[in-house]
Ligand binder design. Structure first.
Ligand code: BES
Ligand code: MN
Ligand code: MN
Length: 457
């Protein structure tokens, strides 16, 4: 039987298995789900065992890593697959049309937390591998490394990678954890942004005060925090932190013009989000703003009284979580320091400021000349009948830069999700078309990559 025929014949089984994985609430950020995170790892381990594949659950200081491999001949190329089985918290639950961990197939889409990010996309790799094994068609060696901490910064994986360089040796790393332009327009992600993430605490008076007795005479930390945050961007949408742009790569007009040929409809974008107009740094298009420019966003802000009714209080403290998306050549550590220094400096005398850094990561770019890119492009061309377009995406997968640094191996970001999948949001979904198209395309990747590697020798 051909690999394609095997995939067709097993469509229902492949879907049922994914739904079972989606039923496990493997939320890495919330310790309440710790056992469930492990259960998802065990589930994957069992599926590899079903395929007589050497597999282990690697313990870490945090959530476990599932590692599996099949070495058919050390002289052949090796593909390392990376994915994550952990998911974002499903909150706010009340905004879901069906419960996030009771997957529902509706309108040709699977609705569940993690369906697109990244269980659905990771599981395509397990099933492409199954199809190749069962039809005696696996042309090269394959290693799988599936982690449970991607959504909380991949802390344990960073240690694991540094300690297991030999074990993880590969010719290419293949990852499906990104988007395509649309189901008619395939694309391969060649750029990801980096990330610098901080929490700030602003303290005013030593205790919550009566806002009548003291209001007007004592600096309110929430008012102050809002003013400080507002000052971080100017009218042109530029970030005002000194030296923030120092290392930002200035791309040629030619490169930018080419980037702007990427199919993108501003009206569809605005209608989808129900906004009257877009907003960003002046002088750049929407594609450029998310692809090649850094940003600063408040992710959450709190303090004072937010319960029912009105409580008159002048709070002692105010907080915010702030993220900065970075572009190539900016260092997340350096940007975090620049931020902290600037935030202290702009704080008025009547408040104290504390800045706590969280996880971060560096931006990456992949060359379209890499064999892995070319093989992925050919595989997509085979399933879509058109050449994919290279894109730069705004999201971050910090471990990709680390793979390059520690292992010296390039990652190919061949994702199959759509922006409308609403990853991290309520009603996250993943299309059945995307799931099956992914499985098929991945199975071709192995064959094309192995052949291109051989021809190249
Ligand atoms: N799969 C996403 C990253 C992504 C999304 C890349 C869309 C390209 C397009 C990943 O799971 C993710 O959510 N990453 C986090 C960073 C991480 C350190 C928490 C992100 O981008 O916010
Ligand atoms: Mn992801
Ligand atoms: Mn994610």
């Amino acid at each position: 039987m051909s690999t394609l025929a095997y995939i067709k014949e097993n469509k229902d089984k492949f879907l049922d298995e994914l739904l079972a994985l989606l039923r496990i609430p493997s939320v890495s950020a919330d310790s309440k789900f710790k056992d469930k995170v492990r259960e998802a790892a065990e589930f994957l381990k069992d599926r590899f065992e079903d395929l007589d594949t050497e597999v282990e659950i690697c313990e870490t200081g945090g959530h476990p890593i599932v590692y599996a491999e099949r070495i058919i001949d050390p002289a052949l190329p090796t593909v390392l697959i990376y994915g994550h089985y952990d998911v974002q918290p499903a909150d706010p639950y009340e905004l879901w049309d069906s419960p996030p961990f009771e997957p529902m197939v509706k309108d040709e889409k699977i609705f569940a937390r993690g369906s697109a990010d990244d269980k659905g996309q990771t599981y395509m790799h397990v099933k492409a591998y199954e199809a190749l094994i069962k039809t005696d068609s696996l042309p090269c060696n394959v290693k799988f490394m599936i982690e449970g901490e991607e959504e909380i910064g991949s802390g344990s994986l960073a240690v694991f990678v540094a300690q297991n360089k030999e074990k993880l040796a590969a010719d290419v790393i293949l990852i499906s954890d990104t988007h395509i332009i649309s189901n008619d327009t395939p694309s391969i992600t060649v750029g990801l942004r980096g990330l610098s993430y901080v929490e700030v605490e602003v303290t005013g008076p030593n205790r919550d005060l009566h806002s009548g007795t003291f209001g007007g005479a004592v600096g309110n930390p929430i008012n102050t925090l809002c003013r400080m945050i507002a000052s971080l961007q100017n009218e042109r949408g530029e970030i005002t932190i000194p030296r923030f742009y120092d290392k930002v790569e200035m791309l040629s007009q030619e490169y930018r013009d080419k980037m702007n040929l990427t199919p993108f409809d501003l009206n569809t974008f605005k209608n989808d989000l129900e906004i009257n107009s877009e907003k960003g740094e002046e002088g750049y298009t929407t594609i450029e703003r998310t692809g090649i420019r850094p940003t600063l966003d408040v992710n959450g802000i709190w303090g004072g009284y937010t319960g029912e009714g009105a409580k008159t209080v002048l709070p002692s403290k105010a907080y915010a979580k702030i993220s900065m998306r970075l572009v190539p050549n900016q260092s997340s550590e350096e940007i975090t320091q620049l931020f902290a220094k600037h935030f202290q400096k702009i704080a008025p005398d009547y408040v104290k400021v504390k800045v706590t850094p969280y996880h971060g990561g560096e931006a990456t770019v992949t060359s379209t000349n890499a064999i892995g890119y070319k093989a992925a492009a050919k595989a997509m061309e085979k399933t879509w009948g058109k050449e994919p377009i290279p894109t730069r995406e705004g999201g971050s997968i910090p471990i990709v830069a680390l793979f390059q640094k520690e292992l010296g191996t390039d990652s190919i970001l061949m994702g199959f999700g759509l922006q409308e999948d609403a990853i991290h949001s309520p009603n996250e979904s993943y299309g059945l078309f995307n799931y099956y198209r992914g499985i098929e395309t991945i199975s071709y990747f192995y064959q094309i990559f192995t052949k291109m590697k051989k021809d190249n020798q």
